[in-house]
Design a protein around this ligand. Structure first.
Ligand code: B12
Ligand code: SF4
Ligand code: SF4
Length: 317
């Protein structure tokens, strides 16, 4: 099936993906995920528990699956937001789920030509994308828990294709974190331990996923939010592997639309219903929903008021 892999590589490059690697679908994943769930590190993300059997056994997702193809897609590295209320880099532009699904459908078609059946995912599927990316030799799992590449670092989306084709596979590469611990040391809430992120303390969780009724961030998390409105990039910003240039072209649709870059926290707090939908139309941020975003904006407004107090006191003295 060398030809099928080659065809997928050409098609992936033409579609703007920067890496393609292949791993066997039946590699045992060990107990990391089970232990992580048992410790409660998934916070309110119950769906991760529900997905466990499928995550550990790709045959439940695609009977006859033999290979996992992992692809990477670059997103902008520059922090574009001008107003207070930072949106993580990966989510500043158009909804990547839709944008990548269309590209994956093209690859599915290419592989079908060689007799394969496929299931494709970008972020939302029951598959351990970082695990397979590391097995496919695209990079290593860093101490920030993310897939880090020698060329390109961690600022990329991972996409996965389960296929019934038996494709030539790649081998894992060595971990190059060495003695560096910058990500763990700089995490504002101490959420990182041994390459694993405890979502209960992760600002990304609290600003994107914590959508359950009555779920409120604890005071230490609220305080640590700083100006983060959606997601958190701190454990990537400090990574030396991210100081190098991007690995490929960045899709301009992933850049922040001007209407969003101009919006102030005060305006966001007032926005409701249709006006809210219009501002976040077609963006990834819309997925957090109006309620969660308002809660975060209120917390940020509280933070900016308290951050202002010491300045005032100083001026009085
Ligand atoms: C749930 C989730 C979250 C949760 C939980 C975070 C977490 N660390 O798991 C929250 C909401 C907090 C989150 C945050 C972020 N996420 Co997220 N998230 C996911 C999701 C949907 C599932 C991850 C998961 O299952 N975690 C549970 C852990 C235990 O499972 P796992 O990572 O798959 O671990 C397996 C392997 O890594 C392996 N393993 C882990 N450690 C070790 C160690 C050894 C020795 C071995 C052998 C194996 C091993 O075993 C595990 C089981 O198979 C994935 C997409 C996906 N389907 O995989 C995206 C994903 C991991 N997220 C992504 C991103 C971009 C982020 C953020 C950077 C977003 C942001 N800017 O705010 C942050 C980063 C936070 C961080 N430092 O981890 C990207 C990562 C891209 C990359 N370069 O790695 C992914 C892959 C989405 C995508 N398709 O692009 N995320
Ligand atoms: S995303 Fe932010 S809060 Fe979460 S582990 Fe990384 S630095 Fe810590
Ligand atoms: S900051 Fe350092 S320890 Fe963390 S992922 Fe990057 S190289 Fe590894």
């Amino acid at each position: 099936m060398k030809e099928a892999r080659q065809a997928a590589e050409y098609a992936a490059a033409a579609l703007g993906f920067s890496d393609l690697g292949v791993a066997r679908a039946d590699i045992p994943q060990g107990d990391t995920l089970r232990r992580w769930l048992k410790r409660g590190c998934h916070a309110g993300m119950d769906w991760l528990e529900r997905h466990l059997p499928a995550r550990l056994n790709p045959q439940l997702v695609l009977p006859g699956a033999r290979s996992v193809i992992i692809l990477t897609y670059e997103y902008p590295r520059r922090d574009a937001r001008q107003q207070p209320g930072v949106i993580a880099r990966y989510a500043q532009g158009e909804d990547y789920h839709k944008l990548l699904s269309a590209k994956l459908a093209d690859l599915d078609e290419t592989l079908s030509f060689y007799g394969g059946r496929q299931v494709c995912f970008s972020d939302s599927g029951p598959i351990s994308e970082r695990f397979f990316a590391a097995q496919a030799g695209i990079g290593w799992i860093g101490r920030n828990g993310l897939l880090v590449r020698r060329r390109g670092g961690s600022y990329c989306f991972l996409c996965s294709i389960l296929t019934t084709l038996k494709l030539p596979t790649d081998s894992p590469i060595p971990n190059r974190c060495g003695k560096c611990h910058r990500c763990e040391e700089s995490c504002p809430t101490g959420a990182l331990h041994d390459g694993s992120c405890d979502a209960r303390n992760c600002l990304s969780y609290w600003t994107i996923e914590a959508r359950k009724e009555g779920e409120e961030p604890p005071p230490n998390v609220k305080k640590a939010l700083g100006e983060r409105m959606f997601g958190c990039d701190t454990c990537q910003e400090v990574c030396p592997w991210n100081s190098l240039p991007p690995r490929g072209e960045v899709d301009l649709r992933l850049l922040m639309p001007a209407r969003l870059a101009r919006a102030t926290l005060e305006e966001l707090e007032q926005l409701e219903g249709e006006a809210w939908k219009r501002l976040f139309a077609r963006t990834s941020v819309r997925r957090a929903g109006e309620k969660l975003l308002h809660r975060t904006v209120r917390a940020l407004r509280g933070n900016s008021e308290t951050a202002f107090l010491p300045k005032l006191n100083k001026e009085k003295r």
